[in-house]
Design a protein around this ligand. Sequence first.
Ligand code: AMP
Length: 224
Amino acid sequence: MLTGEKELKAVMFGPPGAGKGTYASRLQKKLGVETIATGDIFRELMKEKSGLALKVKGYVEKGLLVPDDVVIEVLKQRLSKIPKGKGFILDGFPRTIEQAKALEELAKIDVVLLLDVPDWLIIERLSSRRICRNCGTVYNTRFLKPTVEGVCDKCGGQLYQRSDDNPDVIKKRLQVYQEQSKPLLDYFERKNVPFVVSKTTSLDQPPEPIVDRMIEELKKRGFV
Ligand code: AMP
């Protein structure tokens, strides 16, 4: 749990498939902070039959970004529910300069946790990713297999493949990251937001040492 002086306000940043959700959920457990994952919020919303759900689905399933006004409104609502004094990690937000500017009005980000992962690894990882429908645990059919195929080790839930984890949509998502999201790195740098960079170089690299190092770096900055 967080015992540091300051409440953590962090952005987990990196291309799709970099492990943002995996690291954010581990940090959430270890540090007692909240995580806000806009992709998860949209996937939940897409189960509804509303006009907004259909609109969002049209973007997500093509690997395109949901329009800024929709995302910013969703983020605002979710942020307002975080209890006072509790830290948070944003997973998958901001993804455009417009979103970063809106965020600036809402909170001062202390640190960007940047995930540096090569494209080949992302494509390999995403095309074999499976997720538990019930608890969200992430598996991989090649190097992080569940004990029983299609069944979550932790809760027995059914594993599924995200509709946007197919080769064409993965390519589109990577292109969108390069064009629309990567420029945010310059933006954060100009705003003097410190970075903690974590590099992944192989498919079977376990997440724990990276999470431990992130915590060490946050400790040095007085957050843990
Ligand atoms: P993720 O789970 O973060 O990979 O997000 C899945 C999809 O949700 C993305 O490919 C986008 O279509 C949409 N999405 C999630 N977060 C954002 C965001 N901050 N801005 C725009 N679209 C988003």
